[in-house]
Design a protein around this ligand. Structure first.
Ligand SMILES: C[S@@+](CC[C@H](N)C(=O)[O-])C[C@H]1O[C@@H](n2cnc3c(N)ncnc32)[C@H](O)[C@@H]1O
Length: 260
């Protein structure tokens, strides 16, 4: 058993390679522009993992930092910066308490990384830390599962999927065995990677815990922190998909503006 799924950065990156990161960064820049921030001159990706977004910003000449708690992920993402001589770098650190070398225009926290903030205290500390590292009227974009997924109705995502390329065939099971604890409002389960390559099979398993936050609790914590207000919301990484309860809206993407 591994400590957490982020000890295997190359498998994590392979598992999530279904997303078009160039398009995702186009969206982040457009959402920021629509919220009044353009051009973006500097960014930070929080819980950056392999750094898919921060390095895409950096490839566009934007000073871009990545921050991650996992030493394995930080090393892995930094290698892209070194190999491609990108502007910025990766910091091994905690998104609840960090200080960048300089403040940035835009912060983002993608996929469901925000769910790793397990307690209300974690979330408020995190919002304070992000605000302290943003320029005046800077923006913070958070992507989360759609709030309907917090209830046992219809799920918008799948827990088990396959990816195939020249590396082999990777089957990912992201906590299909997850058990919800209503006292902590967290799900605890097992992340399993099964890589099949040239007839050989490698398997990695690790525990994972994530906060199942409701929309109401999230808004209450935002109000409590007093550091941000909601500038806009989308239902996908697409400015044409509003955040509502339609099927097309399968995510909650919040664009937060730092309060003066
Ligand atoms: C689901 S992965 C997301 C990676 C990437 N941002 C993406 O969208 O695919 C979550 C990442 O958050 C990191 N993480 C979890 N808690 C963290 C914390 N308190 N501070 C910084 N990084 C954290 C993990 O190490 C992991 O790399």
């Amino acid at each position: 058993m591994n400590r957490n799924p982020y000890e295997k950065p190359e498998l994590y990156e392979f598992a999530f390679s279904w997303r078009d990161y160039v398009k995702a960064v186009d969206f982040l820049i457009e959402a920021a522009r629509l919220a009044g921030k353009s051009p973006i001159k500097s960014t930070v990706e929080l819980g950056c993992g392999p750094g898919q977004y921060c390095r895409e910003f950096a490839r566009r000449g934007i000073l871009s930092y990545g921050l991650d708690l996992s030493p394995e992920m930080a090393l892995y993402a930094q290698k892209y910066y070194d190999d491609e001589k990108l502007p910025g770098y990766i910091i091994e650190g905690d998104m609840r308490d960090f200080r960048l070398e300089q403040k940035v225009d835009l912060a983002c926290c993608m996929m469901a990384t925000f769910s790793h903030l397990l307690t209300n205290r974690d979330i408020v500390d995190h919002l304070n830390a992000v605000a302290d590292n943003l320029n005046d009227l800077g923006l913070y974009i958070i992507e989360l599962p759609h709030p309907r997924d917090a209830f046992d109705t219809v799920k918008s995502t799948q827990d088990v999927w396959e990816m195939e390329n020249e590396t082999g065939k990777l089957t990912t099971d992201w906590c299909s065995d997850g058990v919800f604890d209503p006292l902590t409002e967290t799900d605890r389960g097992t992340v399993k990677f099964r890589l099949e390559k040239n007839g050989l099979v490698e398997q990695f398993e690790s525990p994972s815990e994530a906060r199942r936050i409701t929309f109401g609790a999230l808004r209450a914590l935002l109000d409590l922190s007093g550091r941000f207000h909601i500038a806009s919301m989308y239902g996908d990484l697409d400015v044409n998909i509003p955040f509502d309860n339609a099927k097309a809206a399968w995510r909650l993407v919040m664009v937060l503006r730092k309060n003066p």
